[in-house]
Design a protein around this ligand. Structure first.
Ligand SMILES: [Zn+2]
Length: 324
C-alpha cells in the first residue's frame, strides 16, 4: 500500500478518420479501449474520493493506483468515453472550460488545434507572418524572424514549426493581438460560425449534469482557460469564482472541489486562493507519478495517455514497472 497514484491525462478521444478533422491529434476510441485493457492488467482504478481519503485521512491506496482525467470537456468525452468508463465501473475526472460552454465560444487553444489540422504548416506560418505584418504598428509587434528564432524549438510531441505556432498564439503575442489573429485565421480556414462549432466541439450543461448523476467527477478548469500564473490576484480570484459558479450549476458540490490548471500553469497566489476556497486537490502537467500528501495536494503530477501503450498485449512499460 502507498500514497502514490498514476494520474493519466486525456484530451481528444475520437474516431478521427470519420470526423471532419482527421488530422487533429488524439486517441482513437479503439486505442482508448486497448489502453484501458492494458491499465486494467497492472493498475487499480481509484476515485477522487479515494485520493481525498489518502491525502486528508491517511488512508493508503494500492501501490498501483490509477486515476483517469479528461481535460477540456470535448463532446467525445460524453459520447465515447463516458459509456466505456460507466460500463467498466471506472470513475473519470473531467475538467470543462466553463466560458466556452456557457458562452458558446471556442477556446483559443482549440482554434489553434483546428487551424493546425486544417492547413499545411508552412502555409499557416506564412499567413501568420502576414497577420503580424498587418498588426505590427498597432500592437508594437517584433519582426517575424525575432518570433521564429525565439519560439521555434522541438518538444516531446511537436515539430519546431508547430511549437512556434502554438507558443506565438498561446502566449507570446499580447491577448488582444493574438485573439484578433487567431479569430481571423479560424474564420477563414476552419469555421465562420463559432457558436455552431462550439456546440459541435464541447459537452453542454445537460450532458455534464448527466455525467455527475452517473458518478463521474467534474472539477474546475478555470473560466476563460487562461495561463493563470500570468494573471493578477484579483483576476485569478474571479476566474476561480466564475468556474465554481459553473460547477454549482451542473450539480457539483463545491464544499470541497478539485482543480486542473489550464496549461498546468499556477503560482503561489493562486494556491492561496484555492486554499481559501477549499480546493482539495489540483493537477498540473508536470510529468511524473503523483505522491499524495497535504504538502503537494495542490500541485499533483500527471502522465499523458501517450506515455502508455495503445495496445493491450504489451508488457509493462517504464512507468508501469515503477509501480508493480
Ligand atoms: Zn485545458
Amino acid at each position: 500500500m502507498s500514497n502514490q497514484v498514476t494520474v493519466i491525462m486525456y484530451h481528444f478521444v475520437r474516431e478521427l478518420p470519420y470526423t471532419r478533422f482527421p488530422a487533429i491529434k488524439g486517441l482513437l476510441v479503439s486505442q482508448f479501449k486497448n489502453q484501458l485493457d492494458y491499465l486494467s492488467k497492472y493498475y487499480q482504478f481509484v476515485t477522487i474520493n479515494d485520493c481525498l481519503e489518502g491525502i486528508y485521512h491517511n488512508r493508503s491506496l494500492p501501490k498501483n493506483s490509477a486515476l483517469l482525467t479528461f481535460d477540456d470537456a470535448y463532446i467525445d468525452h460524453y459520447t465515447e468515453v463516458f459509456p466505456i468508463l460507466d460500463e467498466r465501473n471506472i470513475q473519470g475526472v473531467f475538467f470543462p472550460p466553463a466560458k466556452a460552454i456557457e458562452e458558446k465560444k471556442v477556446l483559443g487553444v482549440n482554434k489553434i488545434h483546428f487551424l493546425l489540422a486544417s492547413m499545411d504548416i508552412n502555409c499557416l506560418i506564412q499567413e501568420l507572418y502576414l497577420c503580424i505584418d498587418k498588426y505590427r504598428d498597432q500592437f508594437s509587434l517584433n519582426t517575424n524572424e525575432y518570433y521564429y528564432n525565439k519560439l521555434a524549438c522541438e518538444s516531446r510531441y511537436d515539430t519546431k514549426e508547430v511549437i512556434f505556432v502554438k507558443r506565438l498564439l498561446q502566449n507570446e503575442l499580447d491577448e488582444q493581438a493574438r485573439n484578433l489573429i487567431i479569430g481571423e485565421l479560424f474564420a477563414k480556414h476552419v469555421s465562420a460560425d463559432e457558436v455552431a462549432f462550439s456546440r459541435e466541439l464541447y459537452m453542454n450543461i445537460d450532458q455534464l449534469r448527466c455525467m455527475v448523476r452517473n458518478g463521474m467527477y467534474i472539477g474546475s478548469h478555470g473560466y476563460d482557460h487562461y495561463w493563470l500564473d500570468k494573471l493578477p490576484r484579483e483576476k485569478q480570484e474571479s476566474e476561480i469564482d466564475l468556474s465554481l459558479k459553473f460547477l454549482t450549476k451542473i450539480g457539483v458540490n463545491i464544499d470541497e472541489w478539485i482543480m486542473c490548471y489550464p496549461y498546468g500553469s499556477y503560482n503561489d497566489s493562486l494556491i492561496d486562493i484555492l486554499k481559501e476556497k477549499n480546493c482539495k486537490i489540483a493537477f498540473t502537467t508536470r510529468v511524473d507519478i503523483a505522491m499524495l500528501n497535504r504538502s503537494n495536494a495542490l500541485s499533483l503530477e500527471r502522465l499523458d495517455t501517450n506515455d502508455f501503450p495503445k495496445e493491450s498485449n504489451i508488457s509493462p512499460n517504464i512507468w508501469t514497472r515503477k509501480v508493480i
